[in-house]
Ligand binder design. Sequence first.
Ligand code: ATP
Length: 580
Amino acid sequence: MSEFKREHIYLKHIQAATGRLLLVVQLCAFMASLSLLVQLVAIAYFLSALLHPILGDADSLHEQPLVSVFNSNSGNLVFAALAIAGAALVVRVVFQHLADHFAARAGQRACQQARAELTEHWRASLVQQAGKQAPEQAGVLLEPVESLFGYIARYLPQRSQAVMVPAVILIIVFSLDWVAGLFLLVSAPLIPVFMALVGMGAERLNQQHMETLQRLSALFIDRLRNLSLLYTSGRESAATAHIAKAADEYRRINMRTLRVAFLSSAVLEFFAAVAIAALAIYIGFSLLGYIDWGPSQHLSLFSGLLILMLAPEFFQPLRSFAQYYHDRAAALGAASQLLAAQPTGSAPSDIAGPVLSDNTARAAGPEPWLLNYPGGTYRYHPNEPAIDIPAFRLCRGDLMLVTGPSGVGKSTLLRLLTHGDVATDVHGSTIFAPLPGKIALQRQHPWLFAGTVADNLKLFYATANANASDADIDAVLDDVGLTGFAEVEVVEQGRNISGGEAKRIALARCLLAPISDFMLVLDEPLAGLDAATADRVLKRIHSHHKQGQTIVIAAHEHGKGQLREMATHCLAMGITEMQS
Ligand SMILES: Nc1ncnc2c1ncn2[C@@H]1O[C@H](COP(=O)(O)OP(=O)(O)OP(=O)(O)O)[C@@H](O)[C@H]1O
């Protein structure tokens, strides 16, 4: 799927979250525009009645179809016209206020939806987030999400107004004077054409703008974090210069984006002004009698005034649309950022599905096995040596032990089991499908966030461990040899705890995942554990297995003996035969 299409699908999906609010906004905005038109007709009537005796024109005010609505220009009607103009003004203000109110609500709802989805994706895939820069991720929740507001609250409502309001005005003007109508009809397409031309460049600039801002915030937080190190090594001025350079780059991109925005609106204003001026000349000369062909002979003061007042309103929705078109460009840039920030496997096509949809969708397959791999090879890069993966079959409730010397590819196999990829099997290149269902994966380099150890255990795969009781948490921490660690504060990325402790917290997190919902995939769970703790972890794994949980464990020689006894089968990597 092309990037462009993915972004559009994403924006449509976010738009759907606003429900019927957008429809209400469009309706209110249209009613406000209709009230304005009524107001202009009433004002034109009032002015023409006022100016008629002064100008002494013989034109009848009854000649045009719209004038007939008013029937006569008696004093009562003039007052009625004033009253209608006043009432229309009030109605317009009310509808405009409602439209703005609901538009803001729709925009907020869209932003909330985008933020909620993103945090849910992140919560659901803590493991995949490992190694990503926290400031960069936090930045995605601010600027790009805010860019969706303008798209929903301004661009989308204005898009429908830009079609409906000019169409109504065109009908009115054509019924008054078809030559004037033709003026508007010919000049109207210039605006969308320019919009499209400018929009293409603006979209790319907006993307660059977002990326630069993300880089700047990540750089700034990184330097702040390492302030003391920079100070002790005497590198403060170099760091300051680096930030200044990055800020200047951001300023440059920002100014370029603004330049395009200002230039495009200036061009559009110019075209609208020229069209209105041409129309004013035509009406002026017609009323003075210098033009004596076509409908100009029948142009009255009322219709001339009304057309003149309607002309700016004809261009206004198109101008606003052009102005808000930048919101669309910004939203497309933001959509690509938001999609990139989502973990793999959560492309827009499965946004509406469950968080772990890729794997979950296949969980109820008719095969007796979860995965049946015929054996083959996998390469990280075409030039790198192939990793041999022996044939294996994994069924529900199995405990598969993956063994082999360091570097043989055990972690790689676990990665393939959880994420899938393209591997070469005995039938040629094929997709190595991930295990169907939810997986609690313990990696060698776990990711921990700022909070207590208990917080770190609870926040795992969306709602998986959210309801874990204190007793459950204490028990699992006991089992991994971290008794009393529940309330210990962890700083961002677990920098204040040892590597071994971090691994054990990650192991506890997996062991806490609901047995009936999750498969366990553990990478070296016993590494670094003392004999007594390793024994408790083994007992716990054994109990999980007895309760029917499907478990895959990669293990070195260490602790393999007991694990081998427990395992339903063993996959020895580096040896291309399946053992049982
Ligand atoms: N992201 C990566 N990109 C490129 N090569 C990689 C990547 N990860 C691992 N490798 C390479 O793939 C091979 C297998 O690595 P892997 O980590 O799967 O081995 P392992 O059996 O788990 O080792 P250990 O027991 O030491 O953890 C190694 O040669 C390693 O250098």
